[in-house]
Structures are given as structure tokens and as C-alpha cells.
Design a protein around this ligand. Structure first.
Ligand SMILES: Nc1ncnc2c1ncn2[C@@H]1O[C@H](COP(=O)(O)OP(=O)(O)OP(=O)(O)O)[C@@H](O)[C@H]1O
Length: 693
């Protein structure tokens, strides 16, 4: 089971992997298993290339086209990189299953629903693009007319007075075309950007909304980085691909067709000769292009590897500093970055060679066109203007073909990015955020009952955490749950919060099945959760407390802070309630953070308070202050306390001792002490002294 979580890792990465995974509840037993498994498993990075075969094939055609066009601008496609997760992330974060790209399908219907409100803008953009393309086809011919006039007067010195007159019309037409071309270029780019930004905004907000409403089990499996990537890189990729396809694609195709027709009209002879060179160039270009793409992919993967190391070191800077690991991290990063540099140098060499070869070929082609054209010119089969128009049309076709080759990459990138985004947008959670019975607040007593509850985490269905668990927490009472690590204490809180649903049995609040109640109402109005690691947002203390009840007044916030024993220390800050707490509350001490979190939970005046090891991360001094705050907060509420330090729960009405998901002892502190069973043993472990009695 753990093997499933930690496949594809090797021992060398184990140390680092462990540190990455540590914030994600790596229990001791799992780590041991994990280590054993890592030792036996070799790294496998080649798999990730499979999914990109299709893309690669299409890209090859793309490169071929680019070369056939003769512009020879080599384009590196990173779509494989986008599709393929880096090896380092496979190794380090193999415990997180990403949704398979294979399952991701591009939802055309949904895409159209985003596009539909902008249909007029889209039509305008398409029209603008077509007009620009048609103008681009006309410009070489018009330029040819201008050249013809120039050629005519270059040999006729006597007639130079008529030059301006003859030049007037073609030059004027050309100016008009240039102005129109610029105007419509601005127009369609602006239109497309308007559509792109609007569609991207809608996709982004829908995606974020969908992610936020997913079951907690979903987050157990997904990597945060992966989700953030969907919101940023994928949407960005999709947006730019969309714009490129409409503008570049439409323009390029029209220009190729139009200019090809122009070429044939100007000189079928020369067109035929030009076409003869194309197949061999396509073959050579495809071959070199595919080699360069491979190097590019390897280099990109290597860069990702180096980035992952930097990312990890920077986000865990305190651990790095505490272990004085700066030099090692530096060295690790340098090694990976150096390897990336080597690949990039190889790539640079290849691109240089490719570019040099293409330039040579291009110039050769221009020269042979001039050679051939010159001959036709000398035999009066072609005018100077026609030759110029021919050259310009060839250039336009080359540029358009190069653009299309780039577009193949864009299409693949855009479709795969879009598919992934739609996959997440369309994902329906099992548990809805809203919907269900809402009880009148004044009638809530806060009586909780677990009846025959059985539960396994969705990610580990074979490991039963609770087996036919029964517990009654009467209204207004304080019940403490104790037991050694990994016995399922926090799971009980998670079930009450409905982060997960039970597999069997039911949990009730005042006799109502939790599953029948509106989950958001339950979490927002009935339950107040304070956990071991309070997470604050990087804003002011005021806003952090108000997170508990967004419509609370400043006075209510202060009231809650007073109840949480936080008011005095907050007032002691120069900016008082407007003090910025820093990222994740870094600028506050552990005890202060916890009291802000308590105030936040109390602001909603919950009937049931859930304290999941709320003081266990604190030193004795802070623990006392927070404990006092909690005791004060507990008055008049039903409280479920989970505690490691037994000294903090001695006054609880009932203490429940949990062992392997079952209740093994239950009673008051005195009763359990006298039993000399599990509770007594736990006490003994903590004090290394058997408790008196
Ligand atoms: N999100 C999760 N996905 C899968 N398994 C989990 C998850 N959270 C906890 N577990 C597993 O469930 C079991 C019970 O965990 P739980 O956190 O409830 O124990 P606990 O008694 O609160 O432990 P501790 O006192 O160390 O916090 C453990 O074996 C743990 O590894």
C-alpha cells in the first residue's frame, strides 16, 4: 500500500524526498516501509515520454513544413516538457497521484460555452485576420508594379518628369495597403487578446472554484504544485495557443494559398523548379529537427530538476539554515544546473548549425531564383516587377509555413493544457459543499454521537482506521481522546468536520445524521476547529480573525480576541490589529499564532469546539496561556479535545483512550488512573514515573 505511494524513488533521493513529504503526514511506520521500498526500486524516467509520441509525430511534420517554407527558423517545442513531469518530481513526489493525462479530454462543448459570449469579437478577429492575410498576398504584386515603374525610368533618363506621375497610383495603392494592414493587425490582435483574456479569466475562476470544492481526499492525492500549475501555466498555455491558432493559423493558411496562386500566375516555370527542392529539404529538416527536439527536451527536464531543488531549498529555508545545509544545497543545485548547461550548450551548437545550414540554403534559393528570374527577365519572359513580386511571395510563403510549423506545437500544447484544465473543472466532488438541512442556530445543543462508525482513508482503503467506533459526547461536556500516535484521534475530528464520510455507521449532531446537514453551514456555524499547526494567512491580525466570520464587526473581532487571551499581546504591537502576520503567520510566536487561531474559531460562536492537539506545539509557558484561553473558550460549549500531553485534559468530563481505532478505556482522569491500564501506561510514558495512586 505504501509502495503504491512511493514508487519510482531511489535511495539517493530518499533523504530529500523524506523532507518534502514530511509536511504530508509521513507516519513512522510508513517511512520505514517507504525506505525499504526505495532501496529496491530503481529510477524510471523514460516512461513519461510515452504520452508524447503523438505530439512528437505531429511536430516532426511541423518542422518539415517549416523547412519546406524555407524560412528555416527552427522552433523548439516544449510541449513534451509540458506533458512530461520531470524526473525529479516523479522521484520525490511519487506519493501524489496526478490525474492521468490520458483521462483528460478536451471538452469542446465547455470551451464553446466560454467562447460563445464573445462570438462577435471572434468573428471580428477572424475577419481582421483574413483581411491582413489578403493584403499580405496583394502587397508583393503591388510592390512589383512599383518596381516596374522604377525599372522603366532607370533606363529612360529623358522621361524622368513622368516618373512621379506613373509612380503615383501604385505608390498610393501600396501606402493604403500598408496602412490598412497595420490597422487590421492592431484590430485583430486587440480583439483576440480581449477574447483570450476573458476566456482565461472564466476558466481560471471556474477552475479555482472547482478545486476549492473538491473533497479533502482529492487533496490527499494531488500535489499543490500541480494544482497551481493548472491555474497558471496551463491556462496561460491554452490562452496563447488559442490566440496563435486563430491569428497565425488563419493568416498563414490564407497567405500560403494566395501567394502560391500568385507564384503560379507570375511564373509557372519558376514555381515548378522551386517545388523540386522541397522534398529533400523536408527530409533533412525533419531529421535534424527531431534530434534538436530531443536535446531540447532533455535540457528542459534538467532545468526542471534544478528548479525543483532550488524551489525546495527556498521554501524550506529554515530547515536548510537550521541544519547548516546551505553548501550542500548549493552543490546539489550547481550540479544539476551545470548538467542543464551542458545540454543547453549542445542545443545551442545544434541550433547554430541548423540555422547556418538553413541560411545557406535560403540564400542559395534566393540566388537561384534571381539566376533563373534574371534569365527570364533578359529574354523578356518576366518583368523586373514580377521577379520582385515572386521573391516577396516566396518569402511570405516561407514565413507562413514556419508559422504553421510553430502552430502544430501550439495546437498540441493548447489542447493538452486545455484538456487538463477542463478535466479539473469538470470534476465533481463526492461531497457537496452546500445543500442539506440547516438547523436553527438557537436550537443547537451540540450533542454528538458516533454509532458503529467504520472508516478507512480513500487513499488507503485497506487500512481500517476506525472499527465500529461508538462514542457519545453530551451537550456542554468536554470529552478528551487520548492514545498513542497513529491511532485515529485526528481522524475522529476529520470525520466530524466531514472532511471525509464514514464507510459504515453514522455520526449525529443533536440526533441528525451529519450527512443530512449542510456541510458549509455545519463547518461555518456549529463547529470550531483549532488544530496543532494554526495556519494564518499573510494579512493583518484583524483579517485573520475575521476569517472566522467575514461579516463580523471590529468590536466582535476584539471580543473574540479577548476571549482567546490574545487582545493584550495584539494591542502591544505598534499596528495592533493591523499588524501583518507574514506568510503563514511567520511573524508571530507559536503561542500568539495559536491564540489568533482560537479567536478566529470563537468568532463564529461555535456550539462544538474541536481541539486537535491545540497546545502540543507550544512550550510550557505558551501552553499555559493558550490552555487558559481554551478553558475560557470551552465554557458553555461541547468540546472534543485531542491531546498528547495528558496534563492538559485531566479536567475533562470523560477521557476516552483509543487504541487501534477502538475505545479501550473510558472514564474520568481519576477512574482511569486507578484502572492501571492503557491510560496509566500513557501517563507513565510521559512522566517516566507511574502516576500516584
Ligand atoms: N489523509 C490521510 N490519508 C491516508 N491515511 C491517513 C491520512 N491521515 C492519517 N492517515 C492514517 O490514519 C491513521 C490514523 O491517523 P490519525 O492522524 O487519525 O492518528 P492520530 O491518533 O491523530 O495520530 P497523532 O497522535 O500522531 O496525530 C494513521 O495510520 C495515518 O497514517
Amino acid at each position: 500500500m505504501n509502495a503504491l505511494l512511493f514508487h519510482n524513488c531511489n535511495l539517493r533521493n530518499f533523504g530529500r524526498l523524506k523532507s518534502v513529504l514530511s509536511p504530508y503526514r509521513t507516519k513512522n511506520s510508513n517511512l520505514l516501509h517507504f525506505k525499504r521500498h526505495c532501496t529496491n526500486t530503481s529510477t524510471n524516467s523514460s516512461k513519461c515520454l510515452d504520452s508524447t509520441k503523438g505530439a512528437s509525430l505531429i511536430q516532426k511534420i511541423g518542422i518539415g513544413l517549416s523547412i519546406s517554407g524555407g524560412l528555416f527558423s527552427f522552433s523548439l517545442y516544449n510541449n513534451n516538457v509540458v506533458l512530461c513531469k520531470s524526473r525529479i518530481s516523479q522521484n520525490r513526489l511519487a506519493g501524489y497521484r496526478t490525474m492521468s493525462d490520458k483521462d483528460a479530454k478536451f471538452d469542446w462543448q465547455k470551451f464553446w460555452s466560454y467562447l460563445e459570449p464573445h462570438t462577435w469579437y471572434l468573428l471580428a478577429a477572424i475577419l481582421g485576420t483574413l483581411i491582413v492575410a489578403i493584403l499580405n498576398i496583394q502587397i508583393p504584386r503591388m510592390m512589383g508594379e512599383v518596381i516596374n515603374v522604377v525599372a522603366k525610368y532607370s533606363n529612360d533618363l529623358a522621361g524622368h518628369n513622368k516618373f512621379f506621375q506613373d509612380m503615383k497610383i501604385p505608390a498610393f495603392k501600396l501606402i493604403i495597403m500598408y496602412i490598412a494592414q497595420s490597422t487590421f493587425t492592431f484590430f485583430y490582435i486587440f480583439m483576440l487578446s480581449k477574447i483570450g483574456e476573458n476566456v482565461a479569466l472564466k476558466m481560471r475562476t471556474d477552475l479555482f472554484n472547482s478545486i476549492l470544492k473538491q473533497d479533502i481526499a482529492f487533496f490527499d492525492e494531488q500535489r499543490t504544485g500541480e494544482l497551481v500549475n493548472r491555474l497558471t501555466a496551463d491556462i496561460q498555455d491554452f490562452k496563447s495557443s488559442f490566440k496563435q491558432i486563430i491569428s497565425g493559423g488563419l493568416r498563414a493558411v490564407t497567405q500560403i494559398l494566395g501567394c502560391a496562386a500568385s507564384l503560379i500566375i507570375i511564373s509557372p516555370h519558376m514555381t515548378f523548379i522551386t517545388l523540386l527542392c522541397v522534398p529533400s529539404v523536408i527530409a533533412a529538416g525533419t531529421f535534424i529537427g527531431s534530434k534538436l527536439r530531443n536535446t531540447s527536451r532533455t535540457a528542459q527536464n534538467q532545468i526542471e530538476k534544478a528548479t525543483a531543488i532550488a524551489d525546495e531549498a527556498i521554501s524550506n529555508i529554515r530547515t536548510v539554515r537550521a541544519f547548516a545545509m546551505e553548501d550542500q544545497e548549493n552543490e546539489l543545485f550547481r550540479k544539476e544546473a551545470e548538467t542543464a548547461m551542458v545540454y543547453n550548450e549542445q542545443l545551442g551548437f545544434g541550433i547554430g548549425l541548423f540555422q547556418a545550414g538553413t541560411n545557406l540554403f535560403l540564400n542559395g534559393m534566393v540566388l537561384s531564383t534571381l539566376y533563373m528570374g534574371g534569365y527570364l527577365l533578359s529574354t523578356n519572359q518576366l518583368s523586373a516587377g514580377d521577379l520582385m513580386a515572386y521573391l516577396m511571395a516566396t518569402q511570405t510563403i516561407q514565413r507562413s509555413l514556419a508559422q504553421i510549423s510553430l502552430l502544430f506545437g501550439s495546437v498540441i500544447r493548447g489542447l493538452s493544457a486545455g484538456s487538463r484544465v477542463f478535466q479539473y473543472i469538470n470534476l465533481e466532488p463526492n461531497m457537496r459543499l452546500r445543500g442539506g438541512v440547516v438547523l436553527p442556530t438557537e436550537e443547537i445543543k451540540g450533542e454528538i454521537q458516533f454509532k458503529n462508525v467504520t472508516f478507512s482513508y480513500p487513499t488507503r482503503p485497506d487500512q481500517k482506521i476506525l472499527h465500529k467506533f461508538n462514542l457519545m459526547i453530551s451537550s456542554g461536556k468536554t470529552v478528551a481522546i487520548v492514545g498513542s500516535s497513529g491511532n485515529g484521534k485526528s481522524t475522529i475530528v476529520a470525520l466530524l468536520e466531514r472532511f471525509y464520510d464514514t464507510d459504515g455507521g453514522i455520526i449525529t449532531l443533536d440526533g441528525h445524521d451529519l450527512k443530512s446537514l449542510d456541510p458549509s453551514w455545519l463547518r461555518g456555524n456549529v463547529l470550531g476547529l483549532i488544530s496543532q499547526e494554526p495556519v494564518l494567512f499573510g494579512t493583518t491580525i484583524l483579517e485573520n480573525i475575521r476569517y472566522g466570520k467575514p461579516d463580523a464587526s471590529d468590536e466582535q473581532v476584539e471580543e473574540a480576541a479577548k476571549l482567546a487571551n490574545a487582545h493584550n499581546f495584539i494591542k502591544g504591537f505598534p499596528d495592533a490589529y493591523n499588524t501583518i502576520v507574514g506568510e503563514r503567520g511567520i511573524a508571530l510566536s507559536g503561542g500568539q499564532k495559536q491564540r489568533v487561531a482560537i479567536a478566529r474559531a470563537l468568532l463564529k460562536n461555535p456550539s462544538v469546539l474541536l481541539l486537535d492537539e491545540a497546545t502540543s506545539a507550544l512550550d510550557t509557558e505558551s501552553e499555559k496561556v493558550v490552555q487558559t484561553a481554551l478553558e475560557q473558550a470551552a465554557k458553555g460549549r461541547t468540546v472534543l479535545v485531542i491531546a498528547h500531553r495528558l496534563s492538559t485534559i485531566q479536567n475533562a468530563d470523560i477521557i476516552v483512550v483509543l487504541h487501534k481505532g477502538r475505545i479501550v478505556e473510558m472514564g474520568t482522569h481519576e477512574e482511569l488512573k486507578n484502572l492501571k491500564g492503557y491510560y496509566w501506561a500513557l501517563n507513565f510514558q510521559q512522566h517516566e514515573d507511574p502516576p500516584a495512586g
